[in-house]
Design a protein around this ligand. Sequence first.
Ligand code: S3P
Length: 434
Amino acid sequence: MNARFSPSGPLRGRICVAGDKSISHRAAIIGAMAPGQMRIGNFLDAADTRSTLDALRALGVSADVHGDDVVIAGRGLRGARAPGGAIDVGNAGTLLRLLPGWLAFQHERSFTLDGDDSIRRRPVDRIAEPLGRMGGTIDARQGRFAPFTVHGAALHGIEYELPVASAQVKSCVLLAGLATDSTTVIEPVPSRDHTERLLMQAGAAVRREASPSGGVRTTVGNAGELGLERVEVPGDVSSAAFLIAAGVLVPGSRLLLEGVGVNWTRAGFLRIIQRMGANVLGELEAVGGFDPLEPVADLDVRSGPLGATTVEAHEVPLAIDELPLVALLGCFAEGETVVQGAAELRVKESDRIATVVAGLRALGAEIEGSSDGLTVRGTGGLRGGRLHAQGDHRLALLGAVAGLASREGVEVVGMQAAAVSYPGFAGDIARLVA
Ligand code: S3P
């Protein structure tokens, strides 16, 4: 499906963005691992999170949708049922990497996971390797891709230093670590910590220490059954980021985004654009915070001029999904905007260095890719044109925002990809423009 986004008049009004995708996946999976009932409020209704509910149902979990709430009746730590066939994760990378953490300790049961074409290109050796060290077995196509089969086994604890800064890998090892005496994950730089916070809420002992090099050590283990009756999912800051970028770029805009999750391990984009001079006000969580309950804030966004910035490697995991938007904002900023240390972008739903560079260049941007990042020369605006989403939801949404802020508008080829994380985007924009 193609969709045209024309140069827009000011965006104005208040909006509650839909639930956080990362937290929705995690809440549902942790609910499935608990023996009781969990009610999840403001659960994201999008293709990715539907994949999670369907995958859990295939494991014998009941997941009932009541409006914006989902009620999960879980199976307990060791009670996942072996499904009849392969579990389809659709396009959901988080599901692909987190679920095996639970499945790896389901004794004498095997589980095959598969997904769409994009999922079949996402590496899973990054979880197979630590799970193997714990005594688990994953048989993957070519040793590193879906479809793959997890053979449940008794696991033992490990201390594991992440070779890539990945919250998905960390979460997988921590979930598996619940079935061990003690498992520690060492992150050289922090990444989103929603799993840790939810596990704490569910009664697991989670110890977190800062390491002298600026990284984090997180230890779990010996968990009895988990229990959590209610979780409220905050608004998704990654989806909000598209509205924020539109509000900053389209002259005369003023938006109030209500109830956005501002966990400091997720809010890197907000700090980056504040540094670029964007008028975005709100009470962000202090860096280093670790309250089990996810912090939320209302964000007040106004349009205004931007200056360039450099995003350093240590900031990358805290803003990984918003880096395409940093590139877009860089087109409008004064000076040269640089993103470095972001090679992980190459293994997202698309190779996001290649697709963002090609996509924005087709709209008139002066942008170059490198092996681990990109450089954009701000020209004060963007002409517009045609952008192919390449099956990547965040690229489709990027094209749409570029269109609103461009001189000639943007036709997004493959706009349906946006349904993976933000099905209501076009409707939200229409409301804010009116
Ligand atoms: C996610 C972590 C990030 C991010 C992805 C969601 C998560 O991936 O890009 O969209 O929910 O844990 P990595 O952890 O692989 O960097």
